[in-house]
Design a protein around this ligand. Sequence first.
Ligand code: KIV
Ligand code: ZN
Length: 504
Amino acid sequence: MKHIKFFDTTLRDGEQTPRVNLNAKEKLRIAKQLENLGVDIIEAGFAAASPGDFEAIKLISENIKKSTVTSLARAVKKDIEIAVEALKNADKPRIHTFIATSPIHREFKLKMSKEEIILRVKEMVAYAKSFIDDIEFSAEDAFRTEKEYLVEVFNAAIEAGATTLNVPDTVGYRTPAEVYKTIKYLKENIKGVDKVDLSIHCHDDLGLSVANSIAAIQAGATQIECTINGIGERAGNTSLEEVVMIIKTRKDIFDGYMTNIDAKQIYPTSKLVSLLTGVTTQPNKAIVGTNAFSHESGIHQHGVLANPETYEIIRPETVGRNTDSLVLGKLSGKHAFIQKLEILGLHISENKIEDLFNEFKKLADKKKYVLDEDIIALVAGDAAQIEGRKIILEHFEISRKAGQKPKAEINLLIDGEKVYKEAFGDGPVDAAYKAINSALNDDFTLEEYKLESITGDTDAQAQAVVFINKNGKRYMGRGQSTDVVEAGLKAYINGLNRLYKENN
Ligand code: KIV
Ligand code: ZN
């Protein structure tokens, strides 16, 4: 069997999605889910980029056992040393080092000649290899690099000890036929290429990242770099779930190929990532979008009832959707709750189960059915909690007299001190935020507030996401509740707690 390895970069390239900013605890939650999903390599971040990235890679390295954990590093000594330090407790560490190779990057960004780049590749791959055996080398903007030169660069990387060669379409420029041709050319011309993994890394600027990744597999690539829900810089990266399901669904084409991915974990992972990053998927997104398995027209519904295969090429259960055989409600006990967590692949430590179960009970009192999405949201909400919170919401009330603006009365604990504030606003959330602002009397600004329903029912939980700006730095906050004002308040307080945690 040909093993196609999945290299997930949700926590590195995915986190480069504008505005997304995850803390170490949230990244660990996602990493655990990626491991459950069966991802072969988790790119946990870019250790030299920030202390936050370093801390997250270290935490993930200490906790992930099955998947390889990697950190990105520019082809410079300092970056490699920081990556090595962050990965030092990983069971299976990998250094992922890169340098750009295309003419435009050589001339305008690096101001380096072809020869200088080759020398740097040799030195830095060998340097990384002196610490860790598993070395991936990426030629940034490879698909706009002269193909003969690209072969020289990759030859140098292999000679210096690289075990994976990654070919990125950094700007999402190529078409499937071109990708196929280039990968075939590299397979035929790099010395020793069959002893290493040849990897593809695509961006979605022209909407071709998945098609290009598939073309690369057909030309002989053995590793796919991708993100959950396709999140990433600009138009994003290759969607893991789409590539996996193409390989699994089109067995006629991918006969003899295998992956380590457990497809049933796709939907829970997608939901967890979208809740924690605040980046929702469009309804018609393949595999994971709300409508991906909905049949609207009568003709289609009739066909599906007679035989699902008339209009469905994938059963929703295959990707972990509609696991409704175990519907939870207020009478469900802890045993059923734990079983549901297991079905969703959400491995929770013993000491957390009790807290989560209490949260579940509170939710079940408000909602008739607690759906899979609600359970995933509870776990995401727990990962988003800031330890040592400065501000705690004790109680709030919203009232509105006829002809008047809504009034919010808020009881907070700020650094352990009880504070009561009231304010009027254009709407209940506005009033509540004004009350909090007056309690804090600080100069931050709310840049964005958005509200989304987690499930589609009328008693659905809403997730509010806010972005707060202080001194040019953005802090994201998230909150969820069946009460939309409470969701908004929780999100605001969560964002402010992140802000104060970093600034105190
Ligand atoms: O898109 C890209 O070129 C990258 C590399 C750093 C692998 O993300
Ligand atoms: Zn990239």
